[in-house]
Design a protein around this ligand. Structure first.
Ligand code: DX5
Ligand code: ZN
Length: 217
């Protein structure tokens, strides 16, 4: 069953607890927390204290996505705050070292790639990473259209024998999710399509019920 990870970037920042509760009540699987440094991406988002309060308030796993240069500068702060998984970008920092630190903390270690970065960039890390995040939009903002060119990376990773989680992030909606699952997607980050949906619970139920035939097994 696909895991649905609502991205709180699309939540109302003045009503974050209300919106996260709505996602929990809707049956979502993880909470996706975007961290942005206004340098690696042209936006700024979320601090370790937000992760700490989410951890104290909700029980869903906290899937922290570090869209930042020098992720080592705040990695321990997010781990201490209670992240259930931390994903760093292959384009920044010493990924092998970062993954070792994340795994040592006993949480899911992920590597992300931007749309313009080829899947080959993560091949050296397939043994160490419990998750590969294929960005399906240019990172930084919600509400963008999914970049179709990125989908083949999911299939390429499965064909390369990767059996960990594959997450996609950006522009995912109910009407394009099945196609991503057929390629081997296992975690769908959804912001706009979930938080703008008046009946989030019904949408999550339909998506959880999607049965697909994986073509690349
Ligand atoms: C973009 C973020 C995504 C975004 C989700 O950099 O990483 O998580 O919030 O995007 P939408 O709203 O397209 O689902
Ligand atoms: Zn994200």
């Amino acid at each position: 069953m696909i895991k649905i990870a609502p991205s709180i970037l699309a939540a109302d920042p003045l009503n974050l607890e209300r919106d996260v509760q709505r996602a929990v009540d809707a049956g979502c699987d993880w909470i996706h927390v975007d961290v942005m440094d206004a340098h690696f991406v042209p936006n700024l988002a979320y601090t370790p204290d937000v992760v700490r309060r989410l951890k104290e308030t909700f029980s869903l796993p906290l899937d922290v996505h570090l869209m930042m240069d020098h992720p080592d500068s705040l990695l321990n702060a997010f781990l201490d705050a209670g992240a259930s998984g931390v994903t760093v970008h292959a384009e920044t920092g010493n990924v092998t070292e970062l993954l070792k630190t994340i795994r040592k903390a006993g949480v899911l270690a992920g590597v992300a790639i931007r749309p313009g970065t080829p899947a080959e960039a993560v091949l050296p890390y397939l043994q160490d990473a419990g998750m590969i995040l294929c960005m399906t939009v240019e990172p930084g903002f919600g509400g963008q259209k999914l970049d179709e060119r990125t989908i083949e990376k999911i299939e390429a990773l499965r064909k390369a024998g990767y059996t960990g989680e594959i997450e996609a992030d950006g522009g995912i909606r109910e009407d394009n999710l099945a196609g991503l699952m057929e390629k081997g997607l296992s975690v769908a980050v959804m912001g706009t399509a979930l938080f703008r949906n008046p009946d989030m619970k019904a949408a999550v139920k339909r998506m959880h019920a999607l049965q697909i035939q994986r073509r690349n097994t």
